[in-house]
Ligand binder design. Structure first.
Ligand code: HEC
Ligand SMILES: [Cu+2]
Length: 355
């Protein structure tokens, strides 16, 4: 190689050794995803080689000098069956293998830690259950399944972490989710991979995977004083949701304790599972599905609560399943005189934020 200029040679060497063909593998799913991709590349390369060999071989064997007159071939069932069945088998392997990975990526384990993410032009905002929030960054512990609940505040975005081999659309008006488990501490790229306007290319950030100890430290340092559920509790009172959802027997709205994760029957007879997406719908457009046994008197809150606010309300409603203190707060309205229980915002707030 001495005839290449030494500067150019050095440059080439440097470039080749620093040019990663694929991102680091930093999640549990990454090696599985890569194995499938390698299999597909391998099959394609073998196919390509076979085709090229035949093209070159036949061009030489049947060139004009050796075969001046073309021979008509009427076809061969055996040959056609072979080149149909072998590729079909290979594609079916890819299909089944791919679906298995697909279902694994989109079915979060029950013990996954949930983090909420809002995408908007042009940034990502993450809300941790503990109330920590961050912009264009996401801190997570390694070795723990993390589920993201995503939504967009304006147009379509897509939340992509190449090192984890996951990506999911953030859609206006609807929750989507994705999960992953980081395996190596480090800082990885976060991209928006859906063209979303002028500054789309700047809609990037950092995923910081930390050891559990470092993560705990980070949580403590970034504490904003209130957990997401506590913010939700405040909002619940200030929007006077508790005027109807007081948990009392004579309340105009159903008790929201233990509603998350349950199955509700609607006036239409339809049964629905109460998950985050259902709660969001129930709050923003209550008339779309009315719970059996109740009249549709709940006002719509569309346009009055930000997506972050909805996250907080959902965390609060979830916390009603397990948090005794919060349940107490709800039922303290029991102790108030009748007029105060179903009162205007100011009074209602006093009732709920007390203690
Ligand atoms: C005027 C009374 C009233 C107010 C105010 C009210 N709700 Fe409701 N809510 C109801 C009634 C009645 C239902 C049951 C009928 C239905 O599904 O629309 C209901 C249903 C729900 C449901 C579905 C769960 C279930 O068990 O049916 C959720 C979640 C909910 N409300 C949350 C809220 C939140 C959060 C607020 C405040 C932002 C709020 N509500 C304000 C009366 C109210
Ligand atoms: Cu975007």
């Amino acid at each position: 190689m001495s005839h290449i200029s030494p500067v150019l040679w050095q440059f080439l060497q440097h470039w080749l050794s620093n040019f990663p063909l694929w991102p680091p593998e930093a999640s549990t799913i990454a090696p599985q995803m890569d194995a499938l991709i390698f299999f597909m590349i391998l099959v394609s390369l073998i196919g390509l080689t076979i085709v090229i060999l035949f093209i070159v071989g036949f061009s030489v064997l049947y060139r004009k000098q050796r075969h001046p007159v073309a021979v008509q071939i009427e076809g061969s069932t055996l040959l056609e069956a072979t080149w149909t069945i072998i590729p079909l088998g290979l594609f079916l392997v890819m299909f089944v293998w791919g679906s298995l990975i697909y279902f694994r990526v989109y079915t979060p384990p029950a013990n996954a830690m949930n983090i909420y993410v809002v995408g908007k032009q042009w940034m990502w905002k993450a809300e941790h259950p503990g109330g920590q929030h961050e912009i264009n960054a996401l801190h997570i512990p390694v070795g723990r399944p993390i589920q993201l609940t995503l939504i967009s505040q304006d147009v379509f975005h897509s939340f992509s972490i190449p090192a984890f081999r996951v990506k999911r659309e953030a859609i206006p008006g609807r929750y989507t989710s994705v999960w992953f488990q980081a395996t190596k501490p480090g800082t990885y790229h976060l991209f928006c991979t859906q063209y979303c306007g002028t500054n789309h290319s700047a809609m990037i950030g950092q995923i910081v995977a930390m050891t559990p100890d470092d993560y705990k430290k980070w949580l403590d340092e970034s504490n904003s004083g209130n957990s997401l559920a506590q913010n939700g509790e405040r909002l619940f009172a200030s929007l006077s949701c508790n005027a109807c959802h007081s948990g009392r027997a004579d309340a105009r709205g159903p008790s929201l304790a233990n509603v998350f994760g349950s199955t509700l029957t609607l006036t239409t007879g339809e049964k629905v599972n109460v998950d985050e997406a259902y709660l969001r719908q129930a709050i923003l457009s209550p008339s779309e599905h009315v719970t059996q046994g109740y009249v549709p008197i709940m006002p719509t809150y569309q346009g009055q609560i930000s997506e972050d606010g909805v996250f907080a309300l959902i965390e609060y409603i979830k916390s009603l399943n397990s948090n005794y203190r919060v349940e107490q707060t709800l039922t303290t309205t029991d102790l108030l005189p009748e007029s105060e229980g179903k009162a205007a915002p100011a009074t209602a707030e006093k009732g709920a934020v007390k203690q």
